[in-house]
Each structure stands twice: as C-alpha cells, then as structure tokens.
Design a protein around this ligand. Sequence first.
Ligand code: IVH
Length: 718
Amino acid sequence: MNPRTPDLFGEVSPEPSTSKASVTGKSTDSRPLTPAARALVLRGQLHHHAHAYYTLDAPEIPDAEYDRLFRELQTLESAHPGLLTPDSPTQRVGGQVLDAFAPVTHRVPMLSIRTETDTEARGAETFDTRIRKELGLSESEPPVDYVGELKFDGLAMSLRYENGVLTQAATRGDGETGEEVTANIRTIGQIPLRLPPDAPAVLEVRGEVYMRRDDFERLNERQRQRIAAGTKGEKTFVNPRNAAAGAVRQLDSGIAAERPLSFFAYGLGDITPASDGGPQWAKHHDMLMQLKAWGFPVAEQTACVQGAAGLVAFHQRIAVERDALPYDIDGVVYKVNDLAQQARLGFVTREPRWAVAHKYPAQEEMTTVQAIDVQVGRTGKLTPVAKLFPVFVGGVTVTNATLHNELEARRKDVRVGDTVIVRRAGDVIPEVVSVVLDRRPAGAPQFTMMSLCPVCGSLAEREEGEADHRCTGGLFCSAQRKQAVWHYAHRRAMDVDGLGDKLVDQLVDSGQVKTLADLYHLRLDILANMDRMAEKSAINLLEALEKSKTTTLGRFLFSLGIRHVGEATAKELARHFGQLDAVMAASEDALLQVADVGPVVAHSIRTFFDQLHNREVVQALRDAGVTWPEGDALAPTEMPLAGVTVVLTGTLQSMGRDEAKEKLEALGAKVAGSVSKKTHYVVAGAEAGSKLDKANALGVPVLDDAGLAVLLSGQKPG
Ligand code: IVH
C-alpha cells in the first residue's frame, strides 16, 4: 500500500509530461482557486479515495493519480504552513482499522518506506549520496553494501510465531494497530504454520501478501462467470493487489481460501532469541537467507549490490525482467545491508533512513476515451476497442485498449468521453479496468454494438450463449479475406497446392484477390512477379487451381468457410441435399433434418446464404468453372456401404488414407478413428500398429489393399 504513503520528506517530483489537463479532469480544469480552497478540495478528494482504497478495497482512481493529488497537497502545505491541519491526509500513514476484525497492536511498529519517485537512475544516486553523507563516509571510502529487493505490489503482513507456531497474522493498519486476519492467512499454502526447532521463541516475519497475475486472471474469469450466471453480490477486481486485499479482509475464510494468495518475506518485527541464543546475523541479507531456510518465500531476485552503480544496475536489470515476472511490482527497494549501519542511520518519523523505494513507471494510469471503434478480426469477430487519449502506462504509450465484446463493454459501462483507468502489466494487452464515474460528462450515451459489420456492411450477429458478435459476410468481408482464401485452398477443402500463407497475404494485400473467384483469374505474369515466386511455381499454382475446379459438393461446401460447418457436416449436407441450390434454398427446418445439424449450425448456414454477397461469390466461382457432380438427394440407407464402420490404419499401397476415407464415405460408410466392437472392418496397410492389434484382439475382420478394393466396389467382404 506504499503508493498511498505520504512522502514525509516533502519532496515533489516534477509533474509527468502527459496530458495532465485532460486526464485529471475536474481537479485541474476548474477556475483557479485560492490555496486554502484548493487544499480543502484536495483533502476532501484524498479522504474519499483513501476510504475507497483502504476500507472498501475498491479504488476509484489509479495510484499514480492519488500520488499526484497527494503531492499537490503536500506542496501547498509546505508553501503555506498555516494551511496544515492535524487531520490532513498528509499527516496519516496507511489505512483505518475495520471494526470487523480484532485490533492488533504491533509490538514493533510497521513502518513504511520513503519513495523515490524519480524513475530514472538519479533516484538511486540520490539515495546513495544521502546514505554516505549520513554515515559520514568520505569519497575515498569504499562503496556501501546494499540489498536490492523487489517492491511487491500487495499488502504488508506481520506473521507472529510463538515457540515455532503461527499464532497471529495482522495487517499493517495505521502502522501501530492492524487487523487480525490469522484465519485467512492460514489459507496461504506458502506460509509455514510451524517453524524448525532452531527458530527463535518469538519471531515476527514481515512481508507482502500478493496475488499472482495468472491467479488474478483466473479469479476474475470465475467472477465474470458467476456474474453472467446471475450470482448476487459478486464483482470482478480491478487489479491483483485489490483482489489480494479483498481476500485478506474477507470475513468468511472459506471465501478467502478460494482466492489464491502468495507471500514474500522481506523483514522482521518483534523477536526474542531462542534460549540458547539461536542463529545470529549481522547483515540484512543473511537474515533473509535465514528466513528462507526456515521456509519463507524470499524473492530470488534479492541481491547484494555495491554503491550507487550497483543500485542503478539492479534497478535497470529488474526493469527488464519486470514484464516477465508472474506478479506485479511497482518498483525496487534498496536497503543498507549492514545492520550496525542501519542502527546508526535510524528513523525519521515512520520511515527508516536506511531504506528507500525506487519506483518504475505506473502500470495503471488515467486517460479519456475519445471514441469506441469496432474492429473485425480475420475470423469475423467484432471487437470494440477504446481509442484513448495517449497515456504512458506500464512503460509504453497506450492509445488503444480492448473492451473484448459488447457484454464486457457494457459491464464496465465504458462510454465515449469517460475518464478511465487503463492497466498494462506484464505482456498482457492494455485493458480498461474501470470508469471514474464522477468524471463522466453529462449525456454520454451507453455503448451498443452495431448490427452491421463496419467493414463490409453484412449482418453482425451474436449467437445464443456467446459473448462475441460476428460478421456473417464471410467470403465478402475484406477483414476476413485472407482467412477465407487460406481456408478455401486448404488440402481438405479445394486442395490448391502451392497457395501458402505468404502468397495469400501478398495476393490479398496487392488487391489481386478480392473474392475467392479472383483466384481463377490470376495471370502467370502477375503470379511470377510475387515475392519468392518463380515462373515454375507460378505455373504449378495455375495448374493446381485448374485442377481444383473439378471437385465434390461436400468439399465445395466446406471450402466456403461457413461458421460451424466442418468437413463432416459439409459432407452430410452434400449427401442429404445432393445439389448446391437445394442447400442454398433450404429453410432452417429443412437443414435440421440433416444428421449432425442442430439449430446453431442450421441458423449459421441459413444466415450465410441469406447474405447477397455470399451468393454472388458462389455464383462467381461457378462462372469461373468450379463444378462437381450433382445428384439427387440420397437417403443414406440406399447407399451400398450404409451402416458399415471402417477403420483405416498403416500405409496403404493403392491410395492415401484421405482418399480412401473420401471414397468409402461417398459409398455411405462411416470411417472411424479408433477400433471397437462396433467396427466392421479394419483396413491395415504397412506398419499398422496398435489398431491392428486391437482388431485382432476383438476379432474384427482385417482387410488389405485388395480387401479395400472389394469394399470400394460396393460389396462387403466375407
Ligand atoms: S520494507 C522498514 N521491503 O511497501 C521498512 N517493504 O512502505 C518496511 N513493500 O506497504 C518495509 N515490497 O508492504 C519493504 N521488499 C520490500 C517491500 C516492501 C513491498 C511494501 C510494504 C509496505 C510498503 C512500504
């Protein structure tokens, strides 16, 4: 909770050069106030936000914004000391104690650390200079020994062990008095409940309870499902620290146990040595290693470093590693390693002089939503994206943040003109975590997803039980063109050899292929001029395209990429209706008669062919010469191998397995992937393995290439 800790040294760092006026909204763009009036406003806002943060575990603004308000008040108070009141938020450390938990008086107060807000190397150098001065070290004396630690973004915890047993866990509270949360803390598997016999008689371990980012994502996903299922009183969490604080201060420890927490130790509180004196240490780092030996997690990045150069290198190294860590950190902490030196340095108010936190750029910031655009992905998924006033967050400038889908956008109720909190932590794509409601402009309309695809104008639909809207313009929509061409050419679809991903990209990007039918009008000179295409490969591709024109109805239907229509469904459709026009004209009811076609699939097929664009593309493909043998609708029982189940295994001599499968299915056989008692024949080629063994074990007839030929003649071998 350090970001909210007053900086009692009263240092003020320059305001960041981001779009302050627009991001801080009401707090800056009102008429200039007198210092007294401004101090009053700031105190009111800080009290309000501290309550939301500490007591309700539901912050409304990012830490970085709180810090800015806090520093503004500090500056005002130091320029006008008469304005300072005893109840000013600058005069209090930490949060309030909730009545719900028993108060715990810390025998050794839980201190906070001074924060160095200069995120550049200078932050480390300033600290080292101050330490050397306060220790009275001259320039000729060797560099100071420091320990570099991570500054975990969770909440401080004091764990008390008496005679080796965990007896009490307490939050920091205001530093003097915390809350007793032992039951909830016992649910954290990483915290030892019992210590080895060499542990001191009384030992208070101080450290940070936090939630890993992956645990946080999983928890929020579960919360979203609960909300979607209508469970009352559930909410999602803004960030891992907020989720951890909520779990620790959960009154029902059963619920706390469902929320995965972790722990890192970084210090000591009260300690009474064991009667035999017990282990001793003269250095902070040795003490950490002893804690580790007793079973407490200590971050592996913790390192001994020398002088300002060592601190700067540590800060830079961790900055690089930060995104890859599985948990959030908001900076690093430097501590003087030698405990005798620590004692000489002592404390000022509530902060030790021997430690400092050196921050990194914030992972949450505030900005405004300029627009909400809808993007269409290559599978036709429509994604609302918030277009943001550029904001520096998590080390990069962010201008876009996904809102995932209409349900999410509505749940967060993000509107154009809103002030929002944006989070970018780790490699995760930037997200809008919440809206600062009291800064919403009057009349901002709620977001609704459009009913037409913004790229091609086809109908955009959300299926029952799904969160995403999709464009139904499949073949026509330019956003989906590459995917459509790639799918069309696939071996199991139209099988156009030589039409790889890279070539598809070039053909679509250069505008040569706007619809699938354009593939059949490609000229040799154009193809040969594409990157990495020689004349020979261009000729081969043209031949492959020519060959693909003669196909089957099942393959053609599959190649159209109709959502939910896989290879098997396409074959069933072909078998059932016999002719393409019959499939295109079939009502949803008629489609439901087809084996394996349920309401979702039937609706998807109907919607696809209802789009004029899609019908035009089909016609253009036929005009280009794509043909297949059309027949009458056949009842499955009329086919020679209807009801026969065959398994293919090993390498066949007469044909590939795909070809054999297709031919068998055309005769009505079912080709299965595994052998069971219901299998009628196993066709085994060279190097057949376990399937052949199983067939023999079950007494299923085994056929070779000759037996397959008999089957393909429509007869059932002996
Ligand atoms: S040492 C005597 N070390 O930062 C110094 N604190 O204001 C006591 N924190 O809320 C703190 N990582 O929970 C220390 N490696 C670390 C830390 C750390 C995170 C938090 C701590 C407290 C705040 C200090």
